[in-house]
Write a protein of this length. Sequence first.
Length: 264
Amino acid sequence: MSQPTKVTSQIRLKDFDPDYSGGLDKDGTREKTTRLCRRIGELQDLLYANAAHSVIILLQGMDCSGKDGTGRRVLESVEPAGVQTTNFKAPSAEELAHDFLWRVHKAVPCHGQIGLFNRSHYEDVLIVRVLGLQPRKVWQARYDQINAFEKILTDNRVILLKFFLHISKEEQAERLRERLNNPTKHWKFAVTDLKMRERWNDFQQAYEDAINECSTRYAPWHIVPANRKWYRDYVVARTVVESLEGLKMKWPNSKDDLSKVKIK
C-alpha cells in the first residue's frame, strides 16, 4: 500500500510571520549559512559520484521574494557542472502545444545533479488561476496531476524540496522601490509587477490552496519566512543539507581492480 497522498493538516498563510527569524543573530546566522553552503558543495560531489539520486530545489514566491538570491547563495559552493538551472517563464508556442507538465519533466535533472527551479509547474495553479487563463475545472484538476507527477519523480529517486518564500506586502513594496531607485536593477522592474501586486490577496489564496493540496509525505512544502534575507537563506540551506545528509552517501569504489594498477 502506498502512503496517503496529502498531508491532512491545513495551513493558513496568515498564521506564518514573514518577519520570523527564530531569535537568531544576523551575523552569526550568516556564518552558519556559509558553512552550510560549503557542506552542500561537499555533498553535491558525493551526489555526483554516486549518481543514484538527483535533487530539485524548487523556489516559489511573489515577485521580489528572493528566488534568484536564494538560489545564488545556497549553491555558491557547488560545482557549476553539477547544477541545472531552469527559469520557468511564460510558456512557448511549442510548450503550449503539450500538456502543462511536459516542459517541467524535460527540466528534471539526471541522477547526480542538483536542479534549481526558479518558479515551476505550480505556475499552472497560481498565475493561470489568478488571471483566469484556464477555466476552474482545468486548473482544479491539476492539483491531483501534480501530486501524481511528483510521486513518479520521488519513486525514481528524485529528492524534491519545495520552498515557498513568504514575504509581506510591505516588504515587497520596499524591494520594488529599491529596484526603481537603483539603475542597476531597473531591468528587473516591469509595470506588470504592479498589476500582479494589485492581485496580492488572490495570489495568497492561490498559494495557500496549492500548498494545502500538494503538500505530501513524499514532497512536502516548506514555508520560509523571507522578509529577512539572511534567515531565508539559512533555512533553505539547512534543509538542503539535512536532505542530502539523509541519503547517507559514501564514496563509491572503482569498478576496476586498483590493486594491480601501476603508474609509471
